[in-house]
Design a protein around this ligand. Structure first.
Ligand code: HAM
Length: 458
């Protein structure tokens, strides 16, 4: 008889450093002898560029997501959710064939083997705006009253080279206002972004703003860039030379661009038509009036092709690396038409939740303080039902409760309650209506009716 092979999981209770999660293969085959051959199955790790959110990460994430949800409510946005995957054509038409998201970073999805859709042209969404505008058009939302103010929070997927702050799956909080051409909403959206960072507790978040014109003035600006950069082609990176041919605005986006060359490049604000200039002046005036601090950034063209007029990005001041943007957005007045709809103006932003959580941790912002934990314990194993009933009563009163389901001695149960971080233990005795409330920090206790525990804990 061949010896049994033991399979074992490699469980890591402790979070590994971010970088090793991004790059590392965990574990290897190991053998040991113990009478039998002990073969450790190779542990399966999360796909490269993805991360597990572990219990210790939860409070920081929940707090920041809650701020996003709460602000969406306060700014009168309505929730929308669109599928995680869409037709590739939605992105190639909406974001542009030459955008990195489409050209290099598409996560393709196909149907089940043998199905009609085995070769379907779907992709996991790299961003939400195209899907939201698709939904807006598909559901005829233009007939609803007022501009549509929509928000969502959820995962996006880009097959990018993973590194700290740049993941293949990441979460964005997204807001969009569709159907409002005026400058007021541009300022409102930028102010909302700044308010988010301030409520998260991040100091020193800078907003950078630009206007890249529209279909009227962009062609001349584009040509001015082609003329300028063609004359300096030898100084461009390979990537920029390619960008010069397919989308010259994106040469400005190349962070390896020679700074002197960049500084001398034609500026979009100098090529705006009268309507775009008036719009941008109004946006700036409104931002000034609101007291929102921002800087002009003439190189801020954004990586997606759908943008028109106002573009903006948020960074921790002084940090402008490509994977450092905390959020960004802009106006996309031509996107609905690209997707087959009637001309419909739109503006919005996407804020990276992963990067906001990282920045908050770097700046030492306190994660949410959870409500104190209450442990329900008792000395008799036969009282499991009473423990459960008491826990239900306490939870109904709003407390955060864990009931011990073990048959261990009372002392052991109290020990493990303390290890779990419980602040209080509720000890059930013979009379289910009366319990002992033990303060596990102060080591004091008193007897009281179960119905009074919530008030006693306050
Ligand atoms: P985006 O600039 O591509 O814009 O992404 C917005 C934010 O998502 C970034 O500023 C960053 O914080 C986060 N982000 C992007 N890629 C990654 C990544 N690989 N890993 C971690 N975080 C990332 C958009 O997606 C537009 N849809 C924004 C928008 C909405 N424009 C108009 N409406």
């Amino acid at each position: 008889m061949s010896p049994p092979v033991w399979r074992s999981h490699c469980y890591e209770g402790r979070r590994k450093a971010d970088d090793s999660i991004l790059n590392g293969e965990r574990g290897a085959l190991a053998t040991a002898t113990h009478g039998y051959t002990l073969r450790m199955a190779r542990p399966i790790s999360a796909p490269r560029g993805t991360r597990d959110l572990l219990p210790e990460d939860g409070p920081a994430w929940s707090r920041i997501e809650e701020i996003a949800r709460d602000l969406s409510e306060r700014y009168a946005f309505d929730r929308i959710d669109t599928p995680l995957f869409e037709r590739i054509e939605l992105f190639s038409r909406g974001l542009g064939e030459s955008s990195d998201a489409v050209e290099k970073e598409m996560f393709r999805v196909s149907g089940a083997a043998g199905s009609e859709e085995e070769r379907a042209d779907w992709a996991l969404r790299p961003e939400p705006t195209a899907g939201i505008v698709r939904a807006y058009l598909e559901h005829g939302m233009h007939v609803r009253p007022g501009p549509q103010r929509l928000w969502m929070i959820g995962p996006m997927f880009r097959y990018d080279r993973p590194q700290a702050g740049r993941y293949r799956q990441f979460v964005q909080w997204d807001v969009e206002v569709i159907g409002d051409p005026g400058p007021m909403v541009d300022a409102e959206i930028i102010e909302l972004g700044q308010r988010f960072y301030s409520e998260v507790g991040l100091s020193d978040v800078a907003a950078y703003v630009n206007s890249i014109g529209d279909a009227t003035c962009r062609p001349a600006y584009r040509q001015a860039l082609v003329d300028y950069f063609s004359a300096h082609e030898a100084s461009l990176t390979d990537d920029s030379r390619r960008r010069l041919r397919v989308n010259p605005l994106r040469v400005l986006d190349d962070r390896d661009l020679d700074p002197e060359l960049a500084a001398g490049a034609p500026r979009s604000v100098d090529h705006l038509c009268d309507a775009c200039r008036a719009h941008f002046d109004a946006v700036r005036g409104l931002l000034n009036g609101l007291g929102v601090r921002y800087e002009l950034d003439h190189r801020l063209v954004r990586g997606l092709d759908y943008y028109t007029r106002t573009t903006f990005e948020f960074f921790v001041a002084g940090r402008r690396g490509q994977q450092q943007a905390l959020g960004g957005g802009g106006r996309y007045d031509g996107l609905a038409e690209l997707l087959g709809g009637r001309p419909t103006p739109g503006i919005g932003f996407g804020i990276g939740i992963d990067r906001s959580v990282l920045a908050a941790a770097e700046q030492g912002v306190e994660a949410a303080v959870e409500a104190p934990l209450v442990a329900v314990v008792s000395s008799e194993a036969g009282e499991l039902g009473l423990r459960l009933a008491a826990a239900a009563t306490l939870r109904a009163a709003g407390l955060r409760v864990r009931a011990d389901g073990s048959t261990r001695k009372l002392g052991k149960q109290l020990e493990s309650a303390a290890k779990l971080g419980a602040r209080w233990a509720v000890i059930i005795g013979d009379d289910p209506g009366t319990v002992i409330l033990r303060d596990l920090d102060e080591h004091t206790q008193r007897e009281l009716p179960l119905s009074e525990v919530a008030a006693a804990i306050g």
